[in-house]
Ligand binder design. Structure first.
Ligand SMILES: O=C(CO)[C@@H](O)[C@H](O)COP(=O)(O)O
Length: 235
């Protein structure tokens, strides 16, 4: 299948990005063995690229990322199409179909965030870094078994209209969304960081809540002012 020169260049670039971004999950200790996955939407097309299922991270490359449509079907006769796509492909596809502002999706079983998910407990917004990055608590999504739309349905239901780009899927792990795949990977890194900090704080006592007006002000600054080229909140 050929989508024309402009789209083919986009697809090639996103294959490179998604393959490289998987190494960020190992770099930040967010995955074990072949767990987790990253995908990126092809702008302007009902297509996305995602990792192949169960392939070691050291063996991932642009050529084995898999191009799928928004029904989660592999586009045949494209690089990587000889393998099975991620077992979360249906979830990623559902998110792209139902959240047009989302350009990237990440799933991990990162330790501290997944520990919060096992309790079905949201991470309370008690540090300024959470206000900056998530605009409030990191919410919990419903328990859902892998393999069909149900995880995607839970992610979309929880995150639509929510400031957070991360959701703790009960008894399973983390899903994050972003403007692009890099943004979603950042959310996965940051949710594990804050999950760990708040977990440690809770071992020593009761963390003090942040005033809502401070959370709002911190989120607005971080999303609209912080850094070199702020792009504003995702939603
Ligand atoms: O949670 C699960 C399996 O229960 C999956 O999300 C794995 O963590 C990654 O699967 P692949 O992307 O390699 O298929």
């Amino acid at each position: 299948m050929n989508y024309g020169p402009e789209t083919e260049v986009l697809i090639a670039g996103l294959r490179e990005d998604v393959a490289r971004l998987h190494s960020e999950l190992t770099r930040y200790g967010l995955i074990a063995w072949t767990s987790g996955n990253v995908s990126a939407r092809i702008p302007g097309r009902e297509l996305f690229v995602i990792k192949p299922s169960g392939v070691r991270y050291d063996d991932l490359g642009p050529e084995n990322m898999i191009l799928c449509d928004f029904d989660g079907e592999v586009i045949t006769e494209t690089p990587g199409s000889d393998r099975q796509p991620s077992s979360d492909t249906a979830a990623h596809a559902y998110i792209y179909r139902n959240m047009p502002q989302v350009g990237g999706v990440v799933h991990t079983h990162s330790t501290y965030a997944t520990a919060w998910a096992t309790r079905g407990e949201e991470i309370p917004c008690v540090i300024t870094a959470m206000a900056d990055e998530f605009g409030g608590p990191v919410p919990v999504g419903p328990f859902a078994v892998i393999g069909d739309d149900s995880i995607g349905v839970g992610v979309v239901k929880t995150l639509t209209g929510h400031r957070s780009r991360a959701v703790l899927m009960q008894n399973h792990g983390v899903f994050t969304i972003g403007r692009d795949a890099t943004d979603a990977v950042k959310a996965a890194v940051m949710v594990e960081d804050v999950a760990r900090t708040v977990h440690v704080a809770r071992q020593l006592g009761d963390p003090l809540p942040l005033p809502q007006e401070s959370i709002d002000a911190l989120f607005s600054r971080y999303q609209n002012v912080y850094g070199q080229a702020p792009e504003g909140a995702l939603q």
